[in-house]
Design a protein around this ligand. Structure first.
Ligand code: FAD
Ligand code: SF4
Ligand code: SF4
Length: 475
């Protein structure tokens, strides 16, 4: 179906641009960088969609949002209908519209991507989800389904846990989420900064689950406060989504100096504990020179946070070149605009300190790219004799995270792989009856939408299991 815009222009039209906060201003505040589409821009973008019958874009979405249907409703200015369609498939659309790596998911499969003009599905999703947050009175009232009499425990309130909880609650099951921290959301709360994902958005999307009857108990560390076997015995099924929050160490001298942080600690202090507010009690060093080691989204979040905390020089240190960086292109672009310096092809050898035990610099090794390794990326190799020093009062390690053994250590019969991740089948079922798992604890550090896809798939499998099982198998 050709729409008016295509007929007028005789071509597929230009992809809409996201309005942004000016970079001179935003590198000194924590307000959201992307400002969202106006209604006019959203409608024009929606009208570029070809409404493909085969809808290849849907296959790129792990929670199978009916993309053409919600976009058609936006194109027809039927926003309440667009919101209804979106919310039926996606528990957290205002979050996904902001942080999904759309270019690798739905937009990567859009037929217009071949012309470099993929429909901005993520921007449209954010537009509709934000519209729904502003117009709750225009949405259909929440219907609480008939109770099934079955009770499911969920470990962790990150995207995987929140999604499985929402889906199961809609099926009529009683769901309790046990969360170790004092607040909900997992990485959405403690990892991704306010300037990319305002916490108000997380609050509202979590509150929607509460309306469905999902109960969330914070400050419960499964493995300490309660063991997995005990939890299993008290519920009809369990879904484990405790993420992969254990920092990978650099294993170089100086790692224990004062002023050296893991990215998780640095970001948790700022995001969860409120240290970004000038008058807040949580301590965070506001230093002149900050070096962040790593090239992923976490590294970008940490270095952009350092700029906003006042660093005159905020540096990314990465051992490969920019082409190999795993961070989203948008994050790299934003970081550069905000004055972040990129020191590529460099590996840290040692973190240097003063006689008071505070970090004051890094000794670095220049690298070059050699042959590809098992991941297909070219392996960095040292350039002989090229060693230099960088000044820094804060060093942030953002090279990666792994599975935390705290929970799994109390359930030795749970099947794990050699990295400590829980092994599951294609439905999320572990080797223990009634125990399912998903998200980063299964995949290792991945993405919000993959964790949500795991939650949605496992909810279906848990529902089938609950309909079949008569009692609770004791662990
Ligand atoms: P998590 O979000 O890690 O949630 C796990 C929850 O379980 C946490 O709340 C934790 O406190 C809780 N928990 C842990 N142990 C226990 C226990 N023993 N008992 C009870 N509760 C427990 N992905 C994207 O798609 N886009 C991005 O832009 C993006 N940016 C990122 C930025 C940062 C800084 C980081 C760290 C990750 C980013 N990711 C991004 C990755 C993404 O956030 C994760 O893949 C996703 O959050 C995984 O979801 P999850 O539900 O499996 O786990
Ligand atoms: Fe695309 Fe993510 Fe929305 Fe799915 S949830 S349609 S992958 S932006
Ligand atoms: Fe629209 Fe692209 Fe999906 Fe086709 S593939 S329906 S153009 S979003």
């Amino acid at each position: 179906m050709k729409n008016n815009l295509q007929r007028e222009n005789g071509r597929w039209g230009q992809r809409v641009l996201m309005p942004e906060q000016d970079h001179h201003l935003r590198c000194r505040n924590f307000d959201e960088v992307n400002l969202g589409l106006s209604e006019e821009a959203a409608i024009a973008e929606a009208r570029r969609c070809l409404q493909c019958k085969s809808a290849p874009c849907i296959a790129g979405c792990p929670v199978a949002v009916d993309i053409p249907a919600f976009i058609a409703a936006v194109a027809g200015t039927r926003m309440a209908e667009a919101a209804r369609i979106l919310l039926a498939d996606n528990t957290l659309p205002a979050i996904c519209g902001r942080v999904c790596p759309q270019e690798e998911q739905c937009e990567g499969l859009c037929v217009l991507d071949r012309k470099g003009q993929a429909i901005a599905v993520g921007y449209l999703e954010r537009f509709v989800a934000d519209w729904a947050l502003r117009h709750p009175e225009q949405l259909a009232p929440t219907v609480i389904p008939k109770a099934s009499g079955k009770k499911v425990a969920v470990v962790g309130s990150g995207p995987a846990g929140l999604t499985v909880a929402g889906e199961l609650a809609r099926m009529g099951h009683e769901v309790i989420i046990y969360e170790a921290l004092h607040d909900t959301g997992g990485v959405l709360r403690y990892g991704i900064p306010e300037f990319r994902l305002p916490k108000e958005i997380v609050d509202i999307e979590v509150a929607r689950l509460a309306q469905l009857g999902v109960c969330i108990e914070c400050n419960v560390v499964v493995g300490k406060t309660i063991t997995l076997p005990k939890m299993r015995n008290e519920h009809d099924a369990v879904f484990i989504a405790n993420g992969a929050g254990l920092p990978t160490m650099l294993n170089i001298p100086g790692e224990n100096l004062k002023g050296v942080f893991s990215a998780n600690e640095y970001l948790t202090r700022v995001n969860l504990m409120g240290a970004w507010r000038q008058d807040h009690a949580t301590p965070i060093p506001r230093s002149r020179q900050v070096v962040v080691i790593g090239g992923g989204n976490t590294a970008m979040d940490a270095v952009r946070t350092a700029r906003r905390l006042g660093a005159a020089r905020a540096v990314i240190l990465y051992r490969r070149s920019e082409a190999e960086m795993p961070a989203r292109i948008e994050e790299i672009k934003h970081a550069k605009e905000e004055g972040v310096e990129f020191v590529m092809l460099t590996a840290p050898l040692e973190i240097l300190g003063d006689n008071q035990g505070w970090v004051n610099g890094l000794r670095c090794q220049a690298m070059r790219l050699g042959e590809p390794d098992t991941s297909g990326r070219r392996r960095p190799v040292p350039v002989e004799g090229k060693v230099f020093e960088l000044e820094a009062q804060v060093v942030v390690n953002a090279v990666g995270t792994g599975a935390n053994p705290l929970l799994t250590a109390t359930a030795p019969e749970l099947g794990l792989n050699r990295w400590g991740n829980i092994e599951v089948d294609t439905t999320g079922q572990t080797n223990l009856a009634g125990v399912f798992a998903g998200g980063d604890i299964v995949r290792g550090g991945a993405t919000v939408i993959l964790a949500m896809g795991d939650g949605k798939r496992a909810a279906g499998a848990i529902d089938t299991y609950l309909q079949r099982c008569k009692g609770r198998p004791l662990m």
